[in-house]
Structures are given as structure tokens and as C-alpha cells.
Design a protein around this ligand. Sequence first.
Ligand code: SF4
Length: 151
Amino acid sequence: MKGYISRIFTSFVDVPDKISIAVYFSGCSIRCKGCQNKEYWNLESGTEMDGDEIFEKIKKSSLAEYVAFLGGEPTDQMDLLIYLCKRIVKEIKKPIAIYTGREFEVLPNELLNNVKLLVCGPYREDLLVKDRWPASLNQRVFIKEGNQWKC
Ligand code: SF4
């Protein structure tokens, strides 16, 4: 399985108070007004990579406490995203965070079942609050505790 990825690197900011391996997907069909990551909007702004190659890069990051998927819009490449999440849960056993411009309610269980932290909703520059995480007031954070989601 192949997909387009812009960047993979160790991050100290993408999951609050955690070190993560951050995987930036390229391509975004949501295209929020005022988006700060426009350079990732086109799918081919990234590099085509095999799912196994991406997984091996994630696996090598011994420092990371979390795996974070961002972009761009990770859920635009849903099959690849689910494939990676399933392998991470089964083989690496690290918690997964996803930033998506889509709402929690439209995401498939096959994805949600494998994720610990979700930041959901499109960026709205009219609802921007300086220094807030996430950036705009409409965006929601979901954390899984046991089998229950808390928002
Ligand atoms: S979903 Fe994310 S990457 Fe896509 S336009 Fe909105 S803020 Fe930008």
C-alpha cells in the first residue's frame, strides 16, 4: 500500500507534554480558509512512500512516546492511515494521536478503535484564539480512557 507523506520527524510540540514521532501526510481536500499548512494541500507536494517503509521509520523512533498523524489531512488517505494505526497498535504498542479537519462523528470505527487522542474539526480563522490548543474554538479534543472517549 502506498501513500504520500510530507515529513516524518521527532516532535516536541505535536502532542502536549510528550515526545512524538510526527508523520505529516500530504494532501488536504478540506482547505480551511487561513490554513497555516497550505504547503501540504497538494498530494504530490509529498513523497510517495510504501506503507511498510513508513511503518519502519515510525518503529525506529525509540525516543517517541506517541505517534502523531497530521498534515495535510491524514484521513484523506484513510486506507493507509488505518493500515499504519493497526500495525502500530499491534506491533509497537504506542499510543496514537491524529489531527483531522473532519468531525469525530464521521470517522470510521476501524480508525477510532486504534487511536488514543483525536483533535477534530476544521480550522476556523474567525474562531481563532491566540495561544489556544487547538487553535480555533470549534475544534474538539477527544481522549480515550479505557474504552470510553472523553471530550
Ligand atoms: S484540515 Fe488542516 S491542513 Fe486541511 S485546510 Fe484545514 S487546517 Fe489546513
